[in-house]
Design a binder for this molecule. Structure first.
Ligand SMILES: Nc1ncnc2c1ncn2[C@@H]1O[C@H](COP(=O)(O)OP(=O)(O)O)[C@@H](O)[C@H]1O
Ligand SMILES: [Mg+2]
Length: 285
């Protein structure tokens, strides 16, 4: 009897062990399934993101072409107007003081309009691209010194976290400076006095099948943020939420075109009242 009891106990033990092994296996399968499911979700998210990015870049390219076409036509009309105005002003001895004053006001408006059109045209013409190895920190420093007065006036603090080990990038320094300046000016416009603009740059030297080494530059402000119904449009030419005379809606369009021409990407993340983050990735070649 005792022997039988022992065998029974060991069979139960064996069964328990088997059950445990099955449980472990099921747990492993469950974990595998969860991992596959998460990976699948991440892949779907990436595909959706790429689709959205492609649609956005096609839309911006189309609007850019449209804007350039219109800019070209208006510019053709502006040229004779500016020419005739200059001729009139050259002969100012024949004009009354009031007339000169008015003509000078017209000249100012025309030159503003022409400057705006020129910005659109500059990025549609196929010009030879300047590419030289440049230090991103130096370009950022230059750009911040340009807007220093505005930063101080609006009591904005800049937290600058550019790591010293950043590689030099093959860029047109004047254009990249324009991108940094536009992003900083927009951040200033979006923030109350006391706001902070954080600028980070990190090196991503890893070379994988899909990605080439790149430098990531983040501009993060503590401003009003961008509502979801607006965020999809901010890179479009002439899209502005600012009052007439304060915004042209060209800043981010120009940033987008410059970064695209450098083989990089620019993205925006934001939510109302939670500040805005612009992320630029520039390839290291
Ligand atoms: N940092 C920011 N915070 C909040 N809104 C922003 C920010 N940057 C851009 N925007 C939004 O994007 C729009 C387009 O910007 P931009 O192309 O520079 O044109 P502009 O500054 O002339 O309006 C702005 O009018 C604003 O609504
Ligand atoms: Mg702007």
């Amino acid at each position: 009897m005792a022997e039988k009891g022992k065998t029974g106990k060991s069979s139960v033990k064996k069964l328990e062990n088997n059950l445990k092994a099955v449980e472990d296996q099921v747990l492993l399968y469950a974990k595998d399934l969860a991992r596959i499911f998460t990976e699948r979700k991440e892949k779907d998210r990436q595909i959706e993101l790429t689709k959205q990015q492609l649609a956005r870049s096609a839309r911006i390219a189309l609007l850019g072409e449209l804007a350039a076409g219109i800019a070209h036509e208006i510019n053709n009309m502006l040229v004779p107007a500016v020419g005739n105005l200059s001729l009139l002003l050259m002969d100012r001895s024949n004009l009354s003081e009031k007339a000169v004053e008015r003509l000078e006001l017209i000249e100012q408006s025309l030159s503003k309009a022409s400057g705006m059109l020129q910005q659109v045209l500059d990025f549609s013409r196929k010009k030879p691209e300047k590419r030289e190895p440049m230090d991103i920190c130096a370009i950022l420093g230059q750009s911040l010194s340009l807007v220093k007065y505005k930063l101080t006036k609006n009591q904005i603090t800049v937290e600058n976290n550019l790591l010293p080990d950043l590689p030099k990038l093959l860029v047109d320094d004047a254009q990249i400076e324009q991108v940094f300046t536009n992003l900083t000016l927009n951040a200033i416009d979006a923030m109350e006095p006391g706001g902070t603009l954080r600028i980070d740059a990190t090196n991503h030297p890893e070379k994988s099948a899909k990605k080439q080494p790149y430098v990531e530059i983040l501009f993060e402000d503590t401003g009003s943020g961008i509502p979801p119904e607006i965020i999809d449009h901010v890179f479009e030419p002439f899209y502005t939420t600012k009052d007439t005379g304060r915004g042209t809606g060209l800043g981010l369009f120009i940033c987008y075109r410059i970064i695209e021409k450098h083989g990089g990407t620019i993205d925006v993340m934001s939510a109302s009242d939670q500040g805005t983050q612009f992320k630029i990735c520039l390839p290291v070649s």
